[in-house]
Design a protein around this ligand. Structure first.
Ligand code: FPP
Length: 248
């Protein structure tokens, strides 16, 4: 567990209460951000990738254990080919840069989604980040690519069924089923943030977000700053989480 703060930024500055262990973010609003500036949508994604770098670094600095971001959904393939290839290119560039410094920065990386359909280059970079991530403990960033919540649950159900057929399936409990999801071993998100003004879950972490606190803001993702993350954490710290029970 990474309880040690690594910089002068502490979530304590945002108010009393515990820091969430796991924050999930739907990085929405890149296209509108670009449109407002008369730029192509792809410029919005490039700005969004920069925001992701800044927010991930800040999350690591304040001692967050897990950050999960939605980079590309199973439905995003419907977008124009140029936009899809820009997002894949940004991911590739990010992974290239990250590989060189993830061990130094103590940022581990994992991918949620079916990555087998991605380019061989991206798959190779993903395999390298996975291998490097085994070497140390640190903040873990989960990047959802070709990810869909329903697809994830279906795949898990199929894998469980296959284990049953082999006579190797454990008793079906919530915990056991969770081991068949992409997020196996990762605690559920405590806080789910959606910038960009929409108030929906868009097929993101459907199973895992069962008890997440939601935070919505009109700020478009490229404009989302560490200060915005502080605001979301402060809102989280003001919530009372009862998990279906009563106040203590
Ligand atoms: C949603 O905004 C954003 C996406 C579909 C892509 C997000 C991708 C990145 C931020 C870049 C690559 C990621 C990494 C981790 C380097 P939208 O296009 O739906 O915005 P709109 O609702 O304003 O049109």
């Amino acid at each position: 567990m990474m309880a040690v703060f690594q910089s002068n930024h502490t979530a304590g500055e945002t108010g009393p209460g515990a820091l969430p262990r796991h924050i999930a973010i739907i990085m929405d609003g890149n296209g509108r951000w670009a449109k407002q500036r008369g730029l192509p949508r792809t410029a919005g994604h490039a700005a969004g990738a920069e925001t992701f770098r800044r927010v991930a670094t800040y999350a690591r600095d304040i001692g967050l254990e897990f950050l999960t971001v939605y980079a590309f959904s199973t439905e995003n393939w419907k977008r124009p080919a140029e936009e899809v290839s820009t997002i894949m290119g940004l991911l590739e560039r990010y992974l290239h840069e990250a590989i060189a410094k993830m061990e130094r920065d103590r940022v581990k990386m994992r991918f949620f989604g079916d990555t087998t359909v991605l380019s061989p280059k991206l798959q190779e970079l993903i395999a390298r980040t996975a291998e490097i991530s085994t070497r140390f403990e640190g903040c873990q960033v989960n990047i959802c690519v070709n990810y869909g919540g329903r697809d994830e649950i279906l795949r898990a159900a199929r894998a469980y069924g296959a284990a049953c057929a082999r006579g190797e399936a454990p008793e079906l409990t919530e915990e056991a089923f969770g081991d068949y999801l992409y997020s196996a071993g990762v605690p559920d998100p405590d806080l789910l943030i959606r910038p960009g003004g929409e108030m929906r879950i868009s097929n993101f972490l459907l199973w895992q977000a069962a008890y997440a606190e939601f935070y919505f803001t009109d700020v478009l993702w490229p404009d989302f700053t560490p200060a915005e993350l502080d605001k979301a954490i402060a809102a989280f710290q003001g919530r009372s989480r009862r998990y279906g029970g009563l106040m203590q």
